[in-house]
Design a protein around this ligand. Structure first.
Ligand code: PEP
Length: 257
């Protein structure tokens, strides 16, 4: 973590909790004494977004787990970024579960990113290699391809509204967290790639998150790395005590370095 960047911890609830369960979880989160110096976002299922907008009491940023690449039309079941704009803070695009379980392509991720950026939304762009790609030694090539495809045509002002989350697919939901050294190495490459997107870009200002089995126990070591500015957290974000420990680790990492 670099002190110039405010760490972000984003809790991705995925397809977990019913609306009443989500409201109960939100009220537990709301009771937490959040430390200063860290931004915390909650990304619940779509059905929960509107009720949580009130229930979180403005103390947490709110994010959607995805949004479509058109604003309106005959796209049954999709969610328009226009419908999120003005009250939702973040949209996540390119999560590996969408890329690998639902067949989302680099091009579709890019369309989603660009459409979301036409609205008053910040975008978390998730990238990361599969185990097979890692074992073949192509982690950096995969991440480079995903970043270049996603950010093609994105201008500097828009880039500044983006956060990249490095999430190795083999670490998501598996308990096999990347080592801080591995995560740092890839996040550093991502920062360099972001720098290269525009001659005026300043990669040092971009926030880059690590995601993949982050827990209260391993968060401090991960967030202590120079190029890791917080986490995208799945499973642990459903447990308020665990999520709180991760938030505290992120706040400390911002204060120390
Ligand atoms: C995620 O959903 O983006 C994620 C990183 O999940 P987990 O923390 O459960 O590995």
């Amino acid at each position: 973590m670099n002190a110039a960047r405010i760490p972000l911890v984003a809790g991705n609830w995925k397809m977990n909790t019913t609306v009443p369960e989500g409201l109960a979880l939100a009220s537990e989160l709301r009771a937490l004494a959040l430390p200063d110096g860290v931004e915390v976002a909650v990304l619940p299922p779509f059905t929960h977004l509107w009720p949580l907008y009130d229930a979180l009491g403005g103390r947490f940023a709110l994010g959607a787990q995805d949004a479509f690449w058109e604003d309106a039309g005959a796209y049954t079941g999709e969610i328009s970024p226009a419908s999120l704009s003005g009250w939702c803070d973040y949209v996540l695009v390119g999560h590996s579960e969408r890329r690998h379980l639902l067949g989302e392509t680099d091009e579709q991720v890019s369309h989603k990113l660009r459409r979301a950026l036409t609205h008053d939304l910040r975008v978390i762009v998730a990238v990361g290699e599969t185990l097979d790609e890692r074992e073949r030694g192509s982690t950096i090539d995969v991440v480079r391809r995903q970043i270049s495809a996603a950010f093609e045509g994105v201008c500097l002002a828009e880039l500044e509204r983006c956060v990249v989350a490095y999430e190795p697919v083999w670490a998501i939901g598996t308990g096999h967290t990347a080592t801080p050294e591995h995560a740092q190495e890839v996040c550093h490459v991502i920062r360099t790639l972001l720098d290269e997107l525009d001659p005026a870009a300043d990669g040092e200002r971009q926030r880059i998150l690590y995601g993949g089995s982050v827990t209260g126990e391993n968060a401090a070591a991960l967030f202590g790395e120079h190029d890791i500015d917080g986490g995208l957290v799945g499973g642990a974000s459903l447990n308020p005590a665990e999520f709180f420990a991760i938030i505290v680790a992120a706040a400390r990492s911002g204060a120390i370095t």
